[in-house]
Design a protein around this ligand. Structure first.
Ligand SMILES: N[C@@H](CCC(=O)N[C@@H](CS)C(=O)NCC(=O)O)C(=O)O
Length: 202
């Protein structure tokens, strides 16, 4: 398995975290996501969106979209539920992540911590990212009420998906202090045997 990867990318981290849990070895190929002038043409033949993560299976077939990659490797393992309703709940959380959490907390984190841009370049956009990010966290907090895991009774790829950007909310300057359920769940995810941090070496 070859992973086109960036160490700060939460989307790439989802893939690295699942592969670590599964003990699947992979090679990492660094792609710059900070230098926006890089057109990433090297990815064009593998992923029409030219985004990370992009992965190449051992038989040469390319696969992209972080959450799709989680399904590919998670299917048939303890990280993907077997039951129809629970499988659909995993998708519910993953679509939520892509539309509510990633475009708010993910982008805010990138802007303030990794873009290297002067703050005045994006400052006027920040309140909207803050508003949407807090709304997403409030929904996640409610979704975790009286539950250890997002879906069913065990850790799944839904937790991996939501963990990636939620655990880095501080880098988006959105404090997690008010979200008690989220903080307990983040600790639970990090305590799972086989867990690796976002910037782990493969
Ligand atoms: N929906 C995609 C989002 C991928 C994405 O936005 N990747 C970022 C890095 S975290 C990227 O490649 N950005 C550079 C670009 O899109 O030009 C996924 O979940 O994999």
């Amino acid at each position: 398995v070859l992973l086109y990867d960036n160490p700060v990318s939460g989307n790439c981290f989802k893939v690295r975290l699942l592969l670590a849990h599964l003990g699947i070895p992979y090679e990492r190929r660094f792609v710059d996501v900070i230098d926006r002038s890089d057109p990433r043409e090297s990815l064009a033949s593998l992923n029409p969106a030219r985004a990370l993560p992009t992965l190449v299976l051992d038989d040469g077939r390319p696969l992209a979209e972080s959450n799709a990659i989680l399904w590919y490797f998670g299917e048939g393992t303890r990280f993907v539920p077997f039951e129809h309703f629970e499988r659909t709940k995993v998708l519910q959380w993953q679509f939520f992540e892509q539309y509510e959490l990633l475009p708010s907390i993910g982008i805010r984190r990138w802007l303030v911590t990794y873009s290297g841009w002067p703050r005045e370049r994006y400052e006027s956009r920040l309140p909207e990212y803050t508003r949407r990010g807090k709304k997403a966290l409030a929904a996640l907090e409610e979704g975790l009420e009286d539950r250890d895991w997002l879906v069913g009774e065990s850790f799944s790829i839904a937790d991996i998906t939501l963990y990636a950007y939620t655990h880095a909310a501080n880098e988006a300057e959105i404090p997690l202090e008010p979200y008690e359920n989220i903080r307990a769940w983040l600790d639970r995810v990090a305590a799972e045997p086989g867990h690796v941090p976002i910037d782990a070496e493969s």
